[in-house]
Design a protein around this ligand. Structure first.
Ligand code: LMR
Length: 399
């Protein structure tokens, strides 16, 4: 008989929070954007695209192709790599639609399990990383190792530790990198640090596997948030990018994403694309339609695209203002410790540095649901709950 699997560290919080009837409860768990009333936000541009699809007299529910919807995959290529990307112009890029970022990570992992060189290469993930990464790569049969990423004392990037670990790894390992808005820490390398990371990766012949779930969330600027990926492409790396449209388009349930593969040479593309298509056909058959049609419509229409950028700015501005509000409440309360990381970290999350004991007290006594590693989804804060959250944090820090 096999053992029961443990609950997912992030998704279990939504279940616990739903079952909690306390009027003060705050679900700071799953990374999903909420408006200032604590409600899910349908991006106005998404509502417009949906309306357009509903009015289309040729709309149907036919199967899509295995590779996905070209308006989505093509738009996603330009979004991530930029319209002037050498990988696009030299025919060295293949993009396949996936079941959001998770599906892209898994498809890439399954492909690498079969074709990676050297065959015993491990997948290196940052310490810490998104709770699902280890599970995805281990489920696909890889050895998973960690590289240092966060200095837990200062809650800043441990760049020296990271570079040392990448240098010490055997040549040709697969390195998972968060393109922007690192999950869970909200700590991103600077451009200069990315350049050092790229130097070591090139020196050691490592393979970059970017996970890009927050383009547009980190800085409000889609080009800036793609800086690391574009830098690696310009340096001639072969690489993967797992891309999700869950956060930046608010298409959480539609599972809309892509896996991008950049090869050194265009002659490799037929083999790479056909094998990826084979693996995708074997797991999900053909691509899923609804979210792809919405995202494809937004990406291909100039006016909708500009509106989308503005919608992302709205989300990113509100998150920034909540970071400032939380930090200033903690400062007002004189909460022991340095809370500057709340505003210096970017993206959807703040890595608070709270211990597991403190997290459990927040959960059990204050009805606040954050992950065991002390991550809070800043997107769940609003003008009504931020004071309560700050006071609760203050109380557990002083206890
Ligand atoms: C998160 O980290 O909360 C999100 O990426 C949602 C998920 O699937 O875990």
């Amino acid at each position: 008989m096999f053992p029961q699997a443990p609950p997912d560290g992030i998704l279990k919080l939504s279940v616990l929070s739903r079952a909690d009837t306390d009027s003060n409860k705050v679900d700071l768990g799953v990374g999903a954007y909420r408006d200032d009333n604590g409600k899910p936000w349908v991006l106005p541009v998404v509502a417009k695209a949906e309306q357009r699809l509903q009015n289309d007299p040729n709309a149907n529910h036919e199967y899509m192709g295995v590779g996905g919807l070209p308006s989505l995959t093509g738009g996603a290529q330009t979004l991530i790599f930029g319209s002037d990307s050498p990988a696009i112009h030299e025919g060295r890029l293949y993009t396949l639609q996936t079941i959001s970022g998770t599906g892209a990570n898994m498809l890439g992992a399954v492909f690498l399990k079969e074709f990676k060189v050297p065959a015993d290469a491990a997948i290196y993930i940052s310490k810490p990383t998104w709770g699902n990464h280890r599970s995805i790569f281990e489920t696909a049969g890889h050895k998973v190792r960690e590289y240092r990423y966060c200095n837990y004392q200062t809650l800043t990037l441990d760049i020296n530790g990271m570079l040392e670990d990448l240098r010490a790894a055997p040549p040709g390992q697969i390195i998972v990198l968060h393109a922007c808005a690192h999950n869970p820490t909200g700590i991103d390398p600077t451009e200069e640090q990315w350049s050092k990371i790229a130097d070591v990766m090139a020196e050691r012949g490592h393979f970059p596997f970017f996970d890009c779930a927050y383009q547009g969330f980190a800085t409000g600027d889609v080009d800036r948030d793609a800086l690391a990926i574009r830098m690696f492409v310009s340096r001639g790396f072969e690489l993967f990018v797992a891309e999700s449209f869950a956060k930046n388009m608010g298409l959480y349930g539609e599972r809309t994403g892509c896996l991008h593969v950049v090869t050194k040479d265009s002659s490799l593309l037929p083999a790479v694309s056909s094998q990826l298509n084979r693996l995708s056909r074997a797991t999900i058959s053909t691509a899923s339609a609804y979210g792809a049609k919405i995202a494809g419509t937004v990406l291909q229409d100039k006016a909708l695209y500009s509106e989308w950028l503005a919608n992302m700015q709205t989300m990113s501005d509100r998150i920034k203002s909540m970071r400032e509000a939380l930090r200033s409440k903690l400062t007002e309360l004189g909460t022991p410790g340095d809370w500057s990381h709340v505003t210096s970290q970017i993206g959807m999350f703040s890595f608070t540095g709270l211990s597991l004991d403190q997290v459990e007290t927040l959960r059990n006594k204050y009805h606040m649901y954050l992950t065991d590693d002390g991550r809070i989804s800043v997107a769940a804060l609003n003008s009504n709950n931020v004071e309560y959250v700050a006071k609760a944090i203050d109380a557990v820090v002083r206890a």
